[in-house]
Ligand binder design. Structure first.
Ligand code: M6R
Length: 612
């Protein structure tokens, strides 16, 4: 999704903005631009469709623009196609005000019509341009930019993180936030804004997170924040202590591959400190035994891969706690009049902690009286701050659009949560609890074994990368695992792919199986292995080419039927998806590599989805 940076200080702003935008590239974008204010030239805007490099080339790395105050933007198109005109920054008709925006102004049409009726001319198809033009309209009435900002914020509806420059305020950058993330950076003789801390780290580690309704005025000497009543407030500062190298490729060709390889370490960091003397210890959780025992059900809300984690956890949590678990797509939850109350624990899963659908669904659950538990990777993100309890997945920065290590740490952390709840409920036998803990502690080294065999996956990728349609089938945990395998493949390789519960094939989908159709059959779940075999036989009989994934102990049986077999180490059922996902991630990665795809930044996708 769109990325914003802003800078005011004593050095030229353009190189700082380009560097910041480079760190936001991973979020996904289709055009980029910057606006710089200098006393000599007023507001200069340069923007272009395409990669950031095209903008950097236009600006000769930033040398082309003078001025120590500026805003920059990477755009992920929502309103209007990706082209130069629709790129941000957008400038008011008189050239006095420039705006960058992340989010959607939902009532932009009505405001646009109003402004057109006042004789204002628009140049772009975007919703954002109305902000620049409306600011100009109100500024023209009062000559006071803060009064104009206040009026505009009252008038616009929807979501926004805004960076605003006004030539009449030549030393200041104004920022405003509602529902889209925006971070303030307190530098040495400079002040910054950014959608993501990675864009700030070169200049400062001293940051604060803007809350909805707040407005900030930045100058080289500092930042003043105002609440929605425009009263000055002081913000809590946070210190970012992770190393910028964690967000760099470190010799790997792609972030995705680096992040796949980091999974054992990420799981160790997430799990090991939370297991003490054979017990799950969740110090950061404030729920009581009485509360857990009062629960009637658990809801899981998430999007994309985080939703797939929820699908796995439906099986695991129900098994462990004997409570009904409902997994709902966040975008559906918001509008389905959900049946949740104070007897429902709502688990909200999100890597970024900024996914708008998930954030808004969580707020809806809270409004209805549910207690919320966030499973989040990005510290101090919106979901982390707004959930009643938060447990962090310590996966470190995840840069590739396709999630890998965040998915794995979410799974592992929720396994611990399941055991913790089951222990409080008395629904897990002591011997099962013990063997689960023992196996969880072995998980990172078992994943290392799977990763060590990556050449086998590479071989299968070379065999199948030319297929244009793939089916993932499985039952129970393997069904949930297939959803993630299928999403990974389609998002980075652009191969059409679907996942099905194997038992559903005969109800329609099997008509699509013909000679040579690739079916990835997931058969890791021992209790249903025989049924999985029957489904493999069924699709083979219709001509499918079957690549199976199973455990070492079932390898020999599967080899008798499937065209190819990938194995993972044996483990307890609840941990099978944690092992099984790794070869599926590698398969997608190698296939995308062989097809020449842009692996870390797949077309049309964004890392952090901050619009509805
Ligand atoms: O940051 P979140 O976990 O809330 O993101 C949810 C989805 O947008 C995300 O998982 C998406 O599906 C990934 N690109 C999948 O690889």
């Amino acid at each position: 999704m769109c990325g914003i940076v802003g800078f005011v200080g004593a050095e030229p702003a353009a190189p700082v903005l380009l560097d910041g935008l480079r760190h936001l590239e991973y979020r996904g974008y289709d055009s980029a631009g910057i606006a710089i204010f200098s006393p000599e030239h007023g507001l200069d805007v340069v923007k272009t469709k395409g990669r950031l490099q095209a903008l950097a080339d236009l600006l000769e790395g930033g040398k082309q623009l003078e001025g120590c105050l500026g805003i920059g933007h990477t755009r992920w198109a929502t309103h209007g196609e990706p082209n130069d005109v629709n790129s941000h920054p957008h400038v008011s008709e008189d050239g006095n005000i420039a705006v960058v925006h992340n989010g959607i102004i939902e009532n932009y049409m009505e405001i646009k019509e109003f402004l057109i009726s006042k004789g204002i001319h628009f140049t772009s198809e975007t919703d954002t341009e109305v902000v620049a033009q409306l600011l100009e309209y109100y500024f023209g009435k009062s000559g006071d930019i803060m009064a104009a900002v206040t009026k505009v914020l009252h008038r616009i509806e929807g979501s926004y993180a805004l960076g605003i420059l006004c030539s009449s305020n030549p030393d200041q950058l104004i920022a405003a936030k509602k529902a889209s993330p925006l971070i303030l950076g307190y530098g040495d003789g400079c002040s910054l804004i950014a959608s993501d801390v990675t864009a700030l780290l070169k200049y400062t580690r001293d940051v604060s997170y803007m809350d909805d309704g707040e407005v900030a005025v930045l100058s080289a000497g500092g930042i003043q924040v105002y609440n929605s009543m425009m009263e000055p407030i002081s913000k809590e500062h946070a210190h970012i202590d992770w190393d910028i190298s964690a967000a760099e490729k470190g010799g790997y060709e792609h972030f995705m591959f680096k992040e796949i390889m980091e999974q054992p370490a990420a799981i160790r960091k997430t799990v090991f400190p939370r297991v003490k003397e054979g017990r799950v210890v969740l110090d950061d959780l404030s729920i009581t035994k009485e509360y857990v025992q009062s629960l009637k059900k658990i809801d899981i809300i998430a999007c994309g891969s985080s939703y797939h984690v929820g699908m796995v956890q439906k099986y695991t949590l129900e098994q462990l706690t004997r409570l009904p678990v409902e997994v709902v797509l966040a975008s559906e939850f918001r509008y389905c009049d959900p049946i949740v109350d104070d007897k429902t624990l709502v688990i909200v899963i999100s890597q970024s902690g900024e996914t708008l659908d998930t954030l808004e669904a969580m707020k809806e659950a809270k409004r209805r009286g549910a207690r919320t538990l966030g499973i989040v990777n990005v510290v101090s993100s919106s979901i982390a701050r707004e959930s009643d309890d938060v447990l962090y997945t310590w996966a470190g920065p995840e840069i590739a659009v396709a999630t890998t290590k965040a998915y794995s740490t979410q799974l592992a952390l929720l396994d611990l949560v399941g055991l913790y709840l089951a222990d409080l409920l008395g629904t897990v036998k002591p011997e099962d609890y013990k063997s689960a803990i023992d196996e969880i502690l072995l998980l990172p080294s078992k994943i290392e074994n799977v990763l060590a065999d990556k050449e086998t996956i590479q071989y299968y990728a070379s065999r199948y990368f030319n297929h244009d349609s793939v089916f993932f089938i499985g039952r129970n945990l393997d069904y949930a695992l297939g959803m993630e395998g299928s999403l990974k493949l389609k998002e980075i390789s652009y191969i059409h792919s679907e996942s099905y519960a194997s038992g559903e094939l005969k109800h329609g989908t099997i008509s699509l199986i013909e000679n040579g159709t690739l079916v990835v059959a997931l058969a890791t779940y021992s209790p249903l292995f025989d049924k999985a075999m029957s489904n493999v036989i069924e699709v083979k009989a219709r001509g499918a080419d079957v690549l199976a994934l199973t455990t070492v102990s079932h390898k020999t049986s599967m080899e008798k039927i499937a065209n190819g077999v990938i194995t993972i180490p044996d483990t307890i059922p609840m941990l099978l998806p944690s092992l099984g996902v790794v070869p599926l991630q590698l398969l997608s990665y190698y296939i995308a590599l062989m097809r020449g795809c842009d692996i870390d930044k797949p077309r049309n996708l964004a890392k952090s989805v901050t619009v509805e």
